[in-house]
Each structure stands twice: as C-alpha cells, then as structure tokens.
Write a protein that binds this ligand. Sequence first.
Ligand SMILES: *[C@@H]1O[C@H](CO)[C@@H](O)[C@H](O)[C@H]1NC(C)=O
Ligand SMILES: *[C@@H]1O[C@H](CO)[C@@H](O)[C@H](O)[C@H]1NC(C)=O
Ligand SMILES: *[C@@H]1O[C@H](CO)[C@@H](O)[C@H](O)[C@H]1NC(C)=O
Ligand SMILES: *[C@@H]1O[C@H](CO)[C@@H](O)[C@H](O)[C@H]1NC(C)=O
Ligand SMILES: *[C@@H]1O[C@H](CO)[C@@H](O)[C@H](O)[C@H]1NC(C)=O
Length: 659
Amino acid sequence: MFHRVHRQLLAALLFVCIHGRNGCVASGEAGVTYSRGDQSVYLAARGAAYDSDHVDPSHFKLLRKRLASPTVGETYDDPNECTIYLAESSIPNAGLGLYTAVPYQRHQPIGHSEIGILMQDPDFHAPPDRHRVDLLSSYVWSATPLTFGEHEVGHGEAVCPGIGMMSNCHFGLINVEHTSNWKKHYWQDGTDALAVEGGKHSTLSDVGRGSYTWHGNVRYEAHNNIQAGEELFLSYGPQWYENSSSDFGGLIPSAEHFKMADIGLINFMNSLVDPSGMKFEDGVLNHRVPYERLLKKAERYDARLRAALPDNVEDVPMAIELGTARFSTKDSIRSPEWLKENGACLDKIVGGASTIPQAGRGAFATRTIKEGGIITTTEVITIDKDVLKLRKEIKRKDGQIRSRHAGYQLILNYCYGHRDSSLAFFPTSQSVNFINHGSKEDANAEIRWSSFQYHKSEWINYTLAEMKRLDKAGLLFDVVATKNISRGDEILLYYGEIWEENWDRHIGSWGSSPKNFTDMKGVNTTVDFNRKGFVFRTEEELMTNPYPDHLMTRCGFELPTETKADYEVNDPKRVPCDILERDPIENTDRFFYRAKVEYTDKATNEVMLYSVKYDSRQNFLAFVDKPYTRDYYRKGAFRQSIGLREGIIPSQWMHRLEG
Ligand SMILES: *[C@@H]1O[C@H](CO)[C@@H](O)[C@H](O)[C@H]1NC(C)=O
Ligand SMILES: *[C@@H]1O[C@H](CO)[C@@H](O)[C@H](O)[C@H]1NC(C)=O
Ligand SMILES: *[C@@H]1O[C@H](CO)[C@@H](O)[C@H](O)[C@H]1NC(C)=O
Ligand SMILES: *[C@@H]1O[C@H](CO)[C@@H](O)[C@H](O)[C@H]1NC(C)=O
Ligand SMILES: *[C@@H]1O[C@H](CO)[C@@H](O)[C@H](O)[C@H]1NC(C)=O
C-alpha cells in the first residue's frame, strides 16, 4: 500500500508501508476527497455547497452521455492527438489536475515509467522550522513505490513526479494506482538496470554515478476501466485523510460513505409511497420532507455520509444514476473539446536511455515540435534550498554534538534555480525531469514562465519571504523549443555556466583523485543479483563465498497469526534474513529455503527471530543495498541545481549565498 506521507504523524505511518498490488481502496478502506495544499479554502467551498441551489441538470449531460456510451476498450492510435492533459481539477479549489484524453482498461499502464527520487531522513536533515513551510513535503510518498527504496536509508520519502505528484485524490473516484513492481519487475528496476541491460552506460566506472536517481521505473496503471476525459485520481492512502485536520476530515466522504449514500438513496426511492402513481418529479414537493429527515439522520450518523448525499431531493434520481461520488464532482469527466481548449498537453516527451554518456535517462520528443513551440508545461514546487541541505553531526572534543552542513539531497540535481537565490523549483510534470544538459550549441529547448492560463504570473511580484511561505503550487514553466525538433530527438536544455563549470570540475577531480565510488568498481549491483533464478547462498556457504559488502538479503514476512494454520505470506514486508538451508525441490529447478527472519516489533522495539520456509518460486527473497551504500549517498556525489537563464528569477528573490 502506497500512501502520501502525512508529516505530523510520520512515526505512525512508518509502520503501515505494506507491499501489495491493491491499494487501500480496492481493499475497501475508507478514503477522502482531498484538495491538495489548501484545505481551508476547499473546506469553505464544501461548506458553501450545503447552501447551494438545485444543480442545473445540464451540468450532467456530458457525464450521462459518456457513462451511457463508454469508450473503454476502443483502440486508440492517433499519434497526433494528445493523450494526457494538465488542467483545472474538477475538485473545487484543488488547483490543477491530470486528465486522460484516451480510455484505459483496468490494469493497463498509464503514462510512462517515471523516476522516483528518495529524500533521505528528511526529519533529521530538515532545518528546525521545516514544518512551518515545506511545500514539497505535502507531495511525498512513503518509499514503497520505489522498489526497495524503503531499505536505502533510515527513513526515506519518495518524490514521484508525473502522475504521483500531479494527480488529485478523490476517494470515491480512484481510477489510477501505483504499479507494484516488487513481485514482477524488481530485478529490472532503475537506471542501473538500464545500464546493465542496454550496456550503454557502465555504471561501474561512470563519473555520473551518484548524480541521478537509481529509481527509474515508477509506474502507474488503471485501477478500473477509465473513460476518455476522466480526471485521474490516485489514492493518497487512508492515513492522509484520517490525520488531516479533523474539521476537514469531518466533512469529506470516504469511499465507504459514497457506497452507503448510494444504497441509502435507492432505499429512499423505494420507500416513497406514491398512491397516485405520480412521476418522481411531479411528487417532488411531497418528497422534500422525508428527504430532509433522511439528511438529518445521515448527519447524526456521520457528517461525512451526509456530505456524500445530494442537498436537494430533486437531484436524487441523478445521483442514483451516476452514483453519489460521480455526482459530487460534476466535471470529473471533461469533453475532448474542453481539454483541447483548457488543457496543456503533456505527452510530447517521453523518457528513454540518453544518447549522452553518464546521463542515465533522457527525454525524447514524441512528435515534431516547431521552433518556438511548447514542448511541455509543468507546475513547479517552490522549495527553500535550506530544506534540501544535509547535515552531519560532529562530536566535539568537549563531548558536544554539533551539526555541520554536508551536501544536499539528491533532488537538488532535478531542481531549477539561480546562483544568487535560495529558492529552488522542482518540476512535477511527467518526463520533464529526464531532460538533460546540452551545450549552448546542442541545446534545443529553454525554460520560460508559462503562458498557460493557470500560471500565477502575479506571484512574480511576491517577496522572497512570501515565496518561502507558499503552501501551494501556482507557478508553471513552459519548456519551449529553440530549434525545430523532430520526433525522436533528445531534448536538451543548457543548464547554465555555473552548472557546466561544476560538472567539469567534478569530472576533473574524478579522473585525478577518484572519490569513494571506485571501491565499488567491478562489484555487481542488486540488479545483477536479483536475477530470476539466482541461487541464494546459505550462511555456511557465505563464509567462503561472500556477497559484496554493500548487499544484504531481505525476506518477505508477515507476523504469523493463530488463525492461519499453515504459515503463508500474502502481503509481506521485507525484513532482514539469513538463509540457513537450501533444498532442491525434486523434478524442478526450484528450491526450498529455510531462513532466519528478523522481525522488529516497532511498538516495543523488540527483535524476534522466526524460522520461515520459502519456495524460490514466490520471489520473496531479494537483495537490497545496505542503507546509505548507493552511489548518491557517497561523498563526492555531484550536487548542483539546474541554472535558470538571467531574467527569469526576479531580483527580489535573489541574495548572495555564501560560498
Ligand atoms: C490519526 O491521528 C489521531 C490523533 O491525531 C490518532 O489517534 C490516530 O491513530 C491517527 N491515525 C493513524 C492511522 O495514524
Ligand atoms: C508587478 O507589479 C507591478 C507594479 O505594481 C505591476 O505593474 C506588474 O503588472 C506586476 N506584475 C505582474 C506579473 O503581476
Ligand atoms: C523550422 O521549420 C519551419 C517549417 O516547419 C521552417 O520554415 C524553418 O525554416 C525551420 N527553421 C530552421 C532553423 O530550420
Ligand atoms: C571511503 O569509504 C570508506 C568506508 O567505506 C572510508 O573508510 C574511507 O575513508 C572513504 N574514503 C574517502 C576518500 O572518503
Ligand atoms: C556480475 O554479474 C554478471 C552477470 O550479470 C556476472 O557475469 C559476473 O560474474 C558478476 N561479477 C561479479 C564480480 O560478481
């Protein structure tokens, strides 16, 4: 189960990261309609809805039409039509949302593989006042969407651009979910895999090591059949809702509430005794009083159930027809015309293996884009660079612990900024973060403030302090073609002189005095080891044939329960384990493994050892890197934000930074 991290209750959330393909909605847990960033405004809007007049039925014409003649299953292969749009969310005051212009079938992949960037121990490294303003932290996920990300550091949080950052959450209308890689694809996760499989980049001797994220395979799929025009809604996880402000949570229906409301309305309709045989519309005056009673009853039971019900009895038949969740969000399916007119197309670039050595992945044009044309548009998250600083605790001679600045979070390499400004901007749109640096001559794109109607151009006049207090996103970049671009061209941005100088210096120092990466030269990564059919070594065998130092084995594990006669792992966490025995299974190429599994009860911190038998077919055994051994946690890893051209950052956001 993946979930957005709700910072105030981090400690509680750490323990609920469970791998599994079904999100919380599929397993029937409660959810919430969540308006990102601005709960109070959203709340006010929901409050106002109580007093609203009867909703104009014409609002629902499109919805009814689309739901009556679903387009799901039609093949879609017009390469010139945009498939995915950024546009105003159908949830009031939720800012921008993501819409698909094409239908999908359940479990069909949506969008392309994306990178995921791990934030390492954000609570430890954050400046003391981080909680006051840290827009990025309202976008982070638990580390589970990144295969094995949760083992990389003490506590990791995942930044998942693309669908993971742009989608809103409406628990009654969840239609997209993270694809869980861990059973199917974990051995081919990441840029390392690209290096191994494609053979294009040798990560082992690569000067780029540590400068880009290892996680390049964050994927999404349709949670159910999706109509063309639907806004994409991703479950942020029930914890998000449970621990949102109680006022807010108090009004927002969960998936269960919508279901109850649907049933309640049908029962209500069936209960109406209408001796004259009048049509519902004609008898509506008579139904008003019993409906008021129903609403009161619902309110007493649970305000969120009441919020799932239409305010006016006139709307009951429509709410039954569409379902109360769909009814509650009348623009959740937009017309193709609306999307074309109001949306920004996001599928003109796609990630792939870069043509540049050491660059990992790159972004490629999916169609022809003329000079001056918009390649893509992206909302940017404003970040105070202080939030991205890493610190190290130094014990002084007198025993006092001092904190020292020790580099930056990896995400800095994906942020845009200016040498003289302490602000950084992280783009959220899909594939934007794949765009590599090209020399002034090679670059074929540049960043501009967006011409998209939702770009809040007036924010350019904000003071630096105001910018650092932002609790929502509102600024957008356009990536604009500076040359004619053909389909398949790699998109390159000039990252600026400072970036170039630092990169050259990095390469130089790499050559003359190898940093701490070289000790891993010739050593295989988890990708090599996590191959299908790998034969795990027993403790005894490891005495003479050890694994490389940076690897450890993890086993899928669930606490045994009394009700389970046979021990069976369905939805495991991965915990440290050692292989005690290995027995071939007759007439197969499989093994039974007996493993010593180490389980820590988080509540009591008590460590318990279990002896568990695994069939190698289950893929429950895997290699992960020991914490902090991946390249980007090493000293000497390259850290530098991407430079914005002069004239983009207004002068009042600048001040000289030390160093
Ligand atoms: C949510 O917060 C409340 C109190 O603020 C707490 O009692 C509850 O356990 C939390 N729920 C989760 C799932 O963390
Ligand atoms: C910024 O403020 C100036 C002066 O008040 C005004 O003329 C200008 O239009 C503002 N710019 C934007 C983008 O709102
Ligand atoms: C770009 O393409 C247009 C036509 O598509 C052409 O007129 C123009 O000369 C091209 N520009 C360059 C620099 O090649
Ligand atoms: C490299 O890492 C090892 C530990 O893995 C450490 O002992 C050594 O000092 C490091 N070398 C440099 C040059 O940082
Ligand atoms: C690394 O893995 C490759 C297969 O991917 C294997 O051929 C090679 O022997 C391994 N090298 C080491 C040092 O384990």
